[in-house]
Each structure stands twice: as structure tokens, then as C-alpha cells.
Design a protein around this ligand. Structure first.
Ligand code: UDP
Length: 506
């Protein structure tokens, strides 16, 4: 390649990021895109029209700051896959019956993705695919591009899923609640590792899409993990060292922990407010309210982008929160709104007066959790929410529901000891219409006596939360473990097989 003065140049390293169209996967990948671009890598970020419109302010910021990121919008094949038009993100799928259709729709991306990438300049040198997009590896192969996979969930979950599969625990263990020692952890002799033994049951470590109808897809995902060059994870070494080390051992390839990616925006409040979607609340009003509250006094209550609570459970949560007596900031999703909930909230908001703030719809969560008035988080333990709490030193009340959430919850409660469990045992994507697993008293007890209380245990939890926050920040700073891994990742992206890092043929 030659520049205008006829001097030889090397093409800049160019990575294509292919996220899963789900908030918990797209948000961290967009952070990664910005991080890599900041480190001199040219990035192409794959999105769709609806998803692009959700992140419009971030796209505008990227263009303004001249970060080398190119956003490619691929039309989402809703009609072909039997999905309602506009259903371009996992959080928009109207019912569980259509989950399979959603994953089928994503696979139809292969051809348009290949078409969009084949003539790109500079030529992509590497592709990072969300683990749930195994089909994208074939596109990369057809274009002669190397591939890595990106794991959005925690390493504890990825590792347990991997070894449970390897040891055939999913096939052989019949009691789904039987506590099984996770194999392979005892080999770890790192002195800094907290605890060497970790037990989980099959139900809480469900593996990748281990559900009827997903068999072929699950096998493709596992195959993609086997055949990839390396793995990029949104975690950091110090938060789950024994799982990171054990996973590296079993997978036998490069594992780069590059998180917490949410810290990318740590010094920019307005960027943090714009993450993922347009907030359903006036930020001035919200942050004005938070500013008016005492330090670490507010309990933030939110269950991520996917879970849906039924009316009975919402009222039970509200009653428990009200009885706890602490100030609270509570998020109720659009899909959870109903005339009954609206009616009940009227009375609730009147009784709580200035002690509560209810957001109906998308909340600027990363910004909320970083506010000094927030002192606790009732969470479903999605890995991004967990990392956001950890990065801000906020202790949690854990209420896991599905996928990696039970294991994330155990990591928080048992190993990091910065949370307490609300006590749910049975996983569920959505609770049945009349199912109310957590009662008012459970909520009140967890909040009042344990999390926001002024007892010794609560104080120790707060101290530990601040300690792990410092470690998270350090990991992302120059010289930190994740910072160094990003450097290694950039070197990998730059280095084409058969060429040295400068692009010279070897
Ligand atoms: N989120 C947000 N506002 C909301 C709901 C979710 O900003 O009202 C963000 C949250 O901060 C996190 C992501 O969406 O970054 C959700 O990911 P997580 O892994 O926690 O849970 P999931 O939604 O995938 O279950």
C-alpha cells in the first residue's frame, strides 16, 4: 500500500465487532469498540436500524470525537423469521415462544454481513463475535479474517458451563438442586484466590441454551468456542480469579479479560446517561432528586432489560420497599406497566412523597449507580448490572432469575461478600401469572436489616464493596490487568498470520 507521497504504508488494524442484539451484550461491545478505537484500531460495529436509533447519541459522540468507528446497519429480517416488524432486540421479543425465531433471524444476517464486509477499506483483519453469533465465524472464514469470541456473561458462568458440559453433568445428574463441587478449581494455588471450593447445582448453571428447540444452535456455539483463536471477556482478573485461571487452563487458548467495560464512560456523566437507550426520565429532575438525598442513603431497584415481573410481584416489591423505610429509586419497565400497577403506584408515590422516585421505562443505570447518594442495589444480577455495581462500590441484594444470574449472585454473596441473597431458588425467565416467589417481608427484611442497615455486617459489606471498586478501576487504568490485556488484544488484531506486527511478510 502507498500513501500520496508514494511511501509504503501498512493498512491500519481493522476489527469488526458483531454483537448479539440484546442490551446486555450490545452495551459492553460498544464500550469495547470505543476502547479499541482509542488505542488506534479501526473498528466496524454491526448494528440494525432499531438498535442504531437507540444508540444514536453515542454514535454522534463517536463521530464528533473522530474515533475511527464505522457503524454498519444491516436490516433485521423480522418478517422472514416470523417476528413482528421492529423486533430487532431481544428485549423487544413479545413472548418466550418467539425466542427461537429471534435466534433464527440473527442467523439470516450471515449473507448481508458478508456482502457488507467484502469490499470494506481498510480490509478487516479480525472479527470479534458475540458467543451467541457462531454463524459469524463462517463469514469471517469466507473472507479470510481471523475470529475471536466475546463473552458477555461472567467467567464463573462460562467456566461452570464449560466443565459441566465436559464432565457430562448435564446428562448424568438427575437432582437439579444437588450441590456439585465445580471441578478443576482445586488445582489453582494462587494465594490471592478467595476460597478454592465452589458448589453449584445444575439448575443454577444451566449452560448455553440448554433448552428444547435450541440443540443445534447450542452445539454450534460450543463448536465456535472450541475453534476460535481466542476469547475476550467483560470481566477482570481480581473479581473472579479462580474462574479466570481455571477457564484459561481448560480452554487452552488466549483469554483476554478486558473489563469492567462500563468504566469506559466513568469520567463523563452525560455519556453514561446515554448508554443503551433513551432514558424515560428527565435527567435534571432525576439527578436533582439524587443530589438532594443523603450520601449512600438511596436504594436503587432494577431488574435489567429482559426480565418481566407480574403485577402481583410488583406490588409485593413495592410494599416491601415502602415498609423498609429507606429512600428508593425504582425502575418499572414499559412492558410491566398495566392499569393495575399504575393505579397502585399513584397511592404508593403519594405515601412515599419525596422518599421515592419511580422511573417507568429505560433508566440511565450506569449514571445512577455512580451517584454518591446510591447505597444499595436490588438486582437480578445480570453480569453488566453486577459489574456496574462493583465498579461503583455499591452493595447488592441479589435476586437472580435466569442464565448466568444465579452464579453471579453467588459470586457476589459468597465470594466477594458484598451482597445478600433475597432467597429465590428456582430460575424463571418470566414468573407465571400468579407466581410470587418473593414476598413483601422478604424484601423488607433484606433491605432494612441487612443491606442499608447500620449494623457491623452491613458496614463490612460496604467496606468490601469499596475495596473491590478500587480493584476494578485499577484493572482498567494504565498498567492494570485489563489495560494490559487490551494492549495484547490490539497486538493480536494488528498481527496478521504470516506477517510481523508491522505488517511485513515473514
Ligand atoms: N440498563 C439500563 N437501564 C435500564 C435497564 C438496563 O441502563 O432501565 C442497562 C444496564 O445498566 C446494563 C444492561 O442494560 O448495562 C443490562 O445488562 P445486564 O447484563 O445487567 O442484564 P440483562 O438485561 O442482559 O438481563
Amino acid at each position: 500500500m502507498y500513501d500520496s507521497n508514494n511511501n509504503t504504508t501498512t493498512a491500519p488494524p481493522h476489527v469488526v465487532l458483531v454483537p448479539l442484539m440484546a442490551q446486555g451484550h450490545t452495551i459492553p461491545m460498544l464500550d469495547m469498540a470505543r476502547l479499541l478505537a482509542q488505542r488506534g484500531v479501526h473498528v466496524t460495529f454491526i448494528t440494525t436500524p432499531v438498535n442504531a436509533s437507540r444508540i444514536k447519541p453515542i454514535i454522534a459522540r463517536v463521530h464528533e470525537s473522530k474515533l475511527p468507528i464505522n457503524f454498519i446497519e444491516i436490516p433485521f429480517p423480522c418478517a422472514e423469521a416470523g417476528l413482528p416488524i421492529g423486533c430487532e432486540n431481544f428485549d423487544l421479543v413479545p413472548s418466550i415462544d418467539l425466542f427461537v425465531n429471534f435466534f433464527q433471524a440473527i442467523q439470516l444476517f450471515a449473507h448481508p454481513l458478508e456482502q457488507s464486509l467484502k469490499d470494506l477499506v481498510p480490509r478487516p483483519t479480525c472479527m470479534i463475535n458475540d458467543m451467541s453469533n457462531p454463524w459469524a465465524a463462517n463469514v469471517a472464514r469466507s473472507l479470510n479474517i481471523r475470529t475471536l469470541i466475546f463473552h458477555g456473561p461472567s467467567c464463573v458462568y462460562i467456566y461452570c458451563s464449560y466443565v459441566f458440559q465436559q464432565h457430562k453433568i448435564y446428562e448424568t445428574v438427575t437432582d437439579e438442586f444437588e450441590e456439585i463441587s465445580v471441578p478443576g478449581l482445586a488445582d489453582n494455588d494462587d494465594d490471592d484466590v478467595v476460597g478454592q471450593s465452589f458448589k453449584v447445582c445444575k439448575l443454577h448453571a444451566p449452560g448455553w441454551l440448554n433448552a428444547p428447540g435450541f440443540e443445534k444452535f447450542r452445539d454450534e456455539i460450543l463448536h465456535a468456542e472450541e475453534t476460535t483463536d481466542g476469547v475476550v471477556m467483560n470481566t477482570f482478573h481480581d473479581v473472579e480469579p479462580m474462574f479466570v485461571e481455571a477457564y484459561k487452563k481448560v480452554i487452552g487458548k488466549d483469554v483476554w479479560t478486558v473489563g469492567p467495560l462500563c468504566l469506559y464512560d466513568k469520567d463523563d456523566l452525560s455519556a453514561r446517561i446515554e448508554r443503551g437507550n433513551k432514558a424515560a426520565v428527565d435527567s435534571e429532575k432525576l439527578f436533582g432528586w439524587l443530589d438532594s438525598m443523603e450520601e449512600r442513603s438511596v436504594l436503587y431497584v432494577s431488574f435489567g432489560s429482559l426480565t418481566r415481573m407480574n403485577v402481583g410481584q410488583i406490588l409485593e416489591i413495592g410494599s416491601g420497599l415502602e415498609a423498609s423505610g429507606v429512600p428508593l429509586l425504582w425502575v418499572i419497565k414499559d412492558v410491566e406497566k398495566s392499569p393495575e400497577v399504575e393505579e397502585w403506584l399513584k397511592g404508593f408515590e403519594q405515601r412515599m412523597s419525596l422518599r421515592s422516585f419511580v422511573i417507568k421505562g429505560w433508566a440511565p443505570q450506569a449514571a445512577i449507580l455512580s451517584h454518591k447518594s446510591v447505597g444499595g442495589f436490588v438486582s437480578h444480577c445480570g453480569w453488566n448490572s453486577t459489574l456496574e455495581a462493583i465498579s461503583n462500590g455499591v452493595p447488592m441484594i441479589t435476586w437472580p432469575q435466569f442464565a448466568d444470574q444465579f452464579l453471579n449472585g453467588r459470586l457476589v454473596v459468597e465470594l466477594l461478600r458484598i451482597g445478600i441473597a433475597i432467597g429465590v431458588k428456582k430460575p424463571a425467565f418470566y414468573y407465571g401469572k400468579d407466581e410470587i416467589p418473593v414476598k413483601k417481608d422478604d424484601v423488607e427484611r433484606a433491605v432494612r436489616r441487612s443491606l442499608m442497615g447500620d449494623g457491623e455486617e452491613a458496614e463490612e459489606r460496604r467496606i468490601r464493596a469499596i475495596e473491590i471498586k478500587k480493584k476494578a478501576i485499577k484493572a482498567m487504568e494504565e498498567g492494570g490487568s485489563s489495560y494490559k490485556n487490551i494492549t495484547r488484544l490490539v497486538e493480536y488484531i494488528k498481527h496478521e498470520p504470516g506477517k510481523d506486527v508491522q505488517g511485513t511478510q515473514v
